[in-house]
Ligand binder design. Structure first.
Ligand code: PNS
Length: 167
């Protein structure tokens, strides 16, 4: 029986903190699905396809990682791919309330699926996608927070937004 895990998220955009989590979680499973939520009700900076592409580029050298997407309930997706473990990162106590309620909701919906938490490496404990978006939007140095390929995508996105504003 293969050990299959899921690392789900919005990844808007993927940060160095996410990559650290993916690399560490990949060591715990035979297959790790990095699952991007395809949720039309949010208005993300990057389109769903752009986020999937960024993740594919970043994870292409980790053989047991598969980038995928899901709609609807995470536990239904977990069932579909045969995973019994969801991996989430915990940065600080402020994450705990949201994460525990999500884990317990998922466990109530499907008792076969467990959530495990990995503590974020201290150097990324402050980092989030929303921080990266905000720093980038206000012209700050976002490059230190993301891999080079993602930094290039952010550059293009900012240019795109600037051009749209000037039209
Ligand atoms: O990166 P994020 O935004 O913190 O990831 C949140 C995510 C995608 C893991 C969560 O919103 C999710 O699983 N959404 C799918 C809907 C669902 O299953 N909801 C029930 C549990 S609260």
């Amino acid at each position: 029986m293969k050990k299959i895990g899921i690392y789900p998220g919005s990844f808007d955009p993927v940060t160095k903190g996410h990559i650290d989590m993916i690399e560490r979680a990949a060591k715990l499973f035979d297959v790790l699905y990095v699952a991007v939520l395809n949720n039309n009700s949010k208005s993300p900076l990057f389109s769903f396809n752009e986020r999937v592409k960024m993740l594919e580029e970043i994870t292409r050298d980790i053989p047991n990682v598969k980038v995928d997407s899901f709609e609807g309930l995470l536990v239904d997706y977990a069932d579909k791919v045969g995973a019994c473990t969801i991996v989430r990162g915990l940065r600080a106590v402020t994450d705990f309330e949201y994460e525990i309620s999500m884990a317990q909701t998922n466990r109530t919906l499907n008792g076969k699926i467990d959530t495990v938490f990995l503590t974020t490496s201290p150097e990324y404990a402050y980092l989030s996608s929303s921080t990266v978006r905000e720093v980038a939007m206000y012209g700050g140095d976002f490059r230190q927070f993301v891999p080079e390929s993602v930094a290039r995508c952010i550059d293009s996105k900012l240019k795109e937004k600037m051009e749209a504003r000037n039209e």
